[in-house]
Design a protein around this ligand. Structure first.
Ligand SMILES: [Zn+2]
Length: 747
């Protein structure tokens, strides 16, 4: 809304002059330096608390004499600024409550006198949880445990410190804290910060914790209960010091599972320190709580369900929260729109820690699952969105967590491990106890690595949602890559490696492209399922080096020239098969299709009902520089199942919509079609090619083993052509507007 009429602008200006001192201060104009939170929660049966929050703060301008902080669903008893209660002289007005805001006047200022304010807000209240079906964030009063979750999933702003103390609810306003929490003598208070002391009174004890690290209100917490403690010492391998692991819990029956699920935490801690720098807080502290997991500093709330789940899922949850000690708690997203910097990067760190605990294979599984979810399900659940900027209703969406994690991993893949980890460590160091936006992350990494191209890469992937798809091809013996978005050309290096004589692209999945895949050494005559690639393969007389990798691209294939009779290529998916020349091996490749006519069906971009099934054709190309050619296949009668072909060779496969008659795939029982005969097949080197209508037919041979494209002139009805090299060839005939292809073997 850039153009604004003059009249409106003048009205706004006039109103601005009149109301400037009546408005509360914007959150970004307040700089809180310190919070002191004192609460009496010493009578658990009444489920009620009282106390105060003392706020030491500066204002960034001297234009205000009213200030505004957040406090949700609590009763404010009185407000003091300095030593003076605000409803007594010289103050002319008292505090006011407006929704979840408490506003109060400041002393008359003179220019420059707008720093070092001290305000104390006295209040009382009870359980306050976010007002929606999740009731996740907030101060929970359960019978056995009281705990504060300082983030709201749904309520806005998502920072939810206001559910239990008076605060400036802003990710970017970081402060230090003192907590004085008074509880019944049979209970214990556990808070963010280092334990200072416990003051024993007649009927209650006051626990004092001090947090000297500057953090935002959404990452501090208190938990209160009759706690059991699981304690261990973690040794830092990288920085050679000891730090305690402390887990508070209320059910003694949880002990064994806690010991088991936290047994890998030292490895996780050391992995994170090794890659991202020294841990900056006071302990690796957790409290087991009934609901949800939240990364509060020194006092992570971990869901009991995660603690009781001794599978990788439970451990994954525990180490995820620890990862936030770097991404989120130390360096924090500037706004909710950049939440992927907290959650995407932390979800990504989980793969590093799980790899250390469970090994490389589990890490691979982790990404397989995540990747499959993001490509298959996420577009249906949330649509295809860029990870930032993201709407406030989507702050904690799977786009932010799961797709954000893939983007973070792809950034690692872009730089390679050593450059990336050094840069990430330097970045966290530079932004420690501060905030960053996506642009700031981009610029820092680009400058640190002295890589201007990274900006283009980042802009495409992060802001532009140009998800990566690529095709590998070989030119003059050199493997090259062609990208779906030309911006990635000459910028992005895709690793490739040789497996059993087969050149495979990015075997370790360093670049999270729009693909899922599986690979196997194929056992002879046995059907091998590739579940992530939605395909199967069966090879007769396979040997112990018959390596096959099937890649499913979750995006449409391109093709400048389609065979005659083909209307369009699938816009949903295509496959790449990576294998060696199968020569005389008889093989069958099965590729999944589904026509439901619903949004979920795999091939509804092609034909949307069973009647349309007859117009599906299967095309093959050797690589992106070759033309698509129609190949023989069978399709089952049902509206879902596998399309099968015995035309099995390294290259791309795509389903397309076309006319089988026109593409020349009908009535084919032997080598004869449209007056074409090829013999012998297999041959020693000379192949006789008989073409009735040779004048109007052109023939191109593609070698599958080498990288040749041969134009074979047809000057008579029968052409005897001598192939110089042994191997498998595809003969691609074009007659008039039709094409026909046949695989031959030269032994
Ligand atoms: Zn998280």
């Amino acid at each position: 809304m850039k153009s604004i009429s003059k009249a409106v602008a003048i009205i706004c200006f006039a109103l601005g002059v009149l109301s400037i001192h009546a408005q509360g201060v914007q959150t970004d104009e307040i700089d809180v330096k310190h919070y002191e939170i004192s609460l009496n929660i010493d009578n658990i049966s009444v489920k009620h608390h009282f106390g105060y929050t003392r706020i030491d703060f500066d204002l960034k301008t001297n234009e205000h004499n009213i200030v505004e902080f957040s406090l949700q669903n609590q009763v404010v008893d009185s407000v003091f600024v300095g030593n003076t209660q605000v409803n007594t002289p010289p103050y002319k007005t008292n505090f006011t409550i407006d929704g979840n805001k408490v506003r109060f006047p400041l002393p008359d200022y003179t220019a420059g006198m707008y720093e070092n304010y001290v305000a104390i807000v006295y209040y009382h209240g009870s359980s306050t949880v976010e007002n929606n079906y999740m009731a996740w964030g907030g101060l929970h009063y359960d019978n056995d445990i009281i705990y504060a979750m300082s983030v709201a999933f749904n309520d806005y702003p998502h920072s939810y410190g206001r559910s239990w103390f008076v605060c400036n609810e802003d990710f970017a306003d970081k402060a230090t804290y003192d907590f004085y929490i008074s509880v019944d003598k049979d209970r214990e208070a556990f808070c963010s910060g280092a334990f200072v002391d416990k003051e024993e009174n007649e009927n209650f004890d006051t626990y004092h914790y001090k947090l000297t690290q500057s953090v935002a209100p959404y990452v501090v917490s208190m938990t209160i209960g009759k706690f059991f403690t699981y304690e261990k010492t973690i040794h830092s391998d990288t920085y050679d010091y000891d730090i305690p692991l402390v887990v508070k819990y209320i059910y003694p029956s949880d002990s064994a599972k806690i010991a088991k699920n936290f047994s890998g935490i030292e490895k996780a801690f050391n992995t994170l320190e090794k890659h991202f720098g020294k841990f900056r807080f006071n302990r690796v502290g957790y409290t087991v709580t009934p609901k949800g997991s939240m990364e509060h500093v020194d006092n992570i709330c971990v869901a009991r369900s995660a603690v009781l789940d001794t599978s990788i899922n439970g451990v994954s949850n525990i180490v995820h929260e620890l990862g936030h000690s770097w991404f989120g708690n130390l360096a924090t997203c500037l706004t909710a729109e950049d939440m992927w910097l907290n959650e995407g990067f932390t979800t990504y760190t989980t793969s590093l820690t799980l790899q250390e605990i469970y090994g490389k294979e589990k890490e691979k599984d982790y990404w397989h699952q995540k990747h499959q979810y993001v490509l298959q399900h996420l577009p249906l659940e949330e649509g295809v969105l860029a990870v930032t900027p993201i709407d406030s209703s989507m702050t904690y969406s799977s786009t932010v967590y799961e797709k954000g994690a893939m983007v973070a991993k792809t950034i690692q893949g872009y730089f390679g491990d050593s450059v990336f980890f050094a840069a990430a460590k330097a970045m966290l160091d530079s932004f420690a106890f501060k905030n960053y936006s996506s642009q700031m992350v981009r610029d820092f990494l680009s400058e640190y690595t002295n890589d201007e191209n990274f900006k283009t890469f980042f802009d495409c992937l992060v802001f532009g949602d140009k998800q990566i798809d690529y095709n590998m091809y070989c030119e003059d013996g050199i493997y090259k890559f062609k990208f779906n978005h030309s911006q990635y050309d000459n910028i992005l290096n895709i690793p490739h490696t040789t497996m059993y004589g087969v050149e495979v692209s990015d075997y370790d999945q360093r670049i999270m492209s729009l693909t899922t895949n599986n690979d196997a050494i194929v056992e002879s005559d046995k059907t091998i399922n590739f579940p992530n690639a939605f395909g199967k393969i069966k090879i007769e007389n396979a040997d112990d080096t018959t390596f096959v990798r099937l890649i499913l691209h979750w995006t449409g294939a391109n093709g400048e020239k389609l065979p005659y009779g083909v209307e369009k290529l699938s816009q949903n998916h295509y496959w790449t098969l990576q294998t060696k020349d199968l020569k005389d091996k008889k093989a069958e490749l099965s590729l999944y299709f589904e026509l439901n006519g619903s949004a979920n069906s795999f091939d509804n971009s092609l034909v949307n009902n069973l009647l349309g099934k007859d117009s599906i054709v299967l095309l093959y190309r050797k690589d992106i520089n070759c033309e698509w050619i129609p190949i023989e296949f069978t399709i089952p009668n049902n509206n879902k199942g596998y399309i099968k072909t015995s035309f099995v060779a390294a290259g791309d496969y795509v389903m397309a919509k076309g006319d089988k008659q026109m593409v020349g795939l009908i009535d084919k029982t032997n080598n004869e079609i449209n007056g074409i005969k090829i013999y012998p097949n297999p041959s020693k080197s000379v192949v006789n090619i008989e073409v009735e209508d040779f004048n109007n037919t052109t023939l191109t041979a593609y070698s599958l083993s080498g990288n040749q494209k041969i134009n074979i002139p047809l000057k008579a009805k029968t052409t005897a052509y001598k192939f110089e090299a042994k191997g498998t060839y595809i003969l691609c005939f074009t007659f008039g507007n039709k094409t026909y292809s046949k695989k031959i073997l030269v032994e």
